[in-house]
Design a protein around this ligand. Structure first.
Ligand code: PGA
Length: 250
């Protein structure tokens, strides 16, 4: 049985003050929930306080990115050592916004993943096709390329610490969700590709999240699909009262 994993990707939203307010409320709302894994990825500047605030709860704290070197002259970058020092639970790597606006490629995604794992950080690796790619009918080609590039040289043992997030770019922040069939079809394709690349057992155990305009109203339908094991939630994770509804439905 794969445990559902609902993660909130806050992107460049919520100040430290808002993060503290959110967590004070959220901590109460999630009390006793342990059959689903859940967490948030606030901004880097909020990580130390967030991590401190969730002590004694099941709330996981994720980082939204990480650089692939330990230290050095890389102005404004965040190292795995810094995240490890804070006991960050997961690092999101390869989000489509990083790929689109900040030049992230499958190769740099792969470097980041290897570096995170080297330091004992778990990974949420994001992949997904653009609208143009879907319309051209090359969704599977794109997903396979991202999987092969991002997971190059990754072993079955390492895969135990990787979650895959399938996020069709056209569904992110647009209010346009993939239908549950579309999401299921792509997640199954991803699982089958992992099976070919790394093995059947790994594919059966790897958790695949869906992301892209997930909200309370579509959670049950999406999470009810065989190959969808959770969600990476953007906009609907920013407020505790909305995010808890998604967790409850999952
Ligand atoms: P959204 O973002 O839920 O606001 O569409 C999802 C994501 O980018 O992770």
């Amino acid at each position: 049985m794969r445990k559902m994993f609902i993660a909130g990707n806050w992107k460049m939203n919520n100040t430290l003050t808002e993060t503290v307010e959110f967590l004070n409320e959220f901590k109460e709302l999630v009390k006793g929930i342990d059959n689903v894994e859940y967490g948030i990825a606030p901004s880097f500047v909020c990580l130390p306080v967030a991590k401190e605030m969730v002590k004694g709860t099941n709330i996981k704290i994720l980082s939204q990115n990480m650089f692939y070197e330990d230290k050095g002259a890389y102005t404004a970058e965040i190292s795995p050592l810094m995240l490890k020092d804070l006991n960050i639970d997961y690092v999101i790597i390869g989000h489509s916004e990083r790929r689109q606006y900040f030049g992230e490629t499958d190769e740099t995604v792969n470097k980041r993943i290897k570096k995170a794992l080297e330091h004992g950080l778990k990974v949420v690796m994001c992949i997904g096709e653009s609208l143009k790619e879907r319309e051209q009918g090359i969704t599977n080609i794109v997903l396979e390329k991202q999987l092969k590039g991002g997971l190059a040289d990754i072993t079955a043992e390492q895969m135990k610490n990787i979650v895959i997030a399938y996020e069709p770019v056209w569904a992110i922040g647009t209010g346009k969700t993939a239908t549950s069939e579309e999401a299921q079809t792509s997640c199954l394709f991803i699982r089958n590709t992992v099976s070919q690349m790394i093995g059947k057992e790994t594919a059966e155990n790897v958790r695949i999240q869906y992301g892209g305009s997930v909200k309370p109203a579509n959670t049950e339908e999406l999470m009810g699909q065989n190959d969808i094991d959770g969600a990476l939630v953007g906009g609907a994770s920013l407020k505790a009262d909305t995010f808890i509804q998604i967790i409850n439905k999952a």
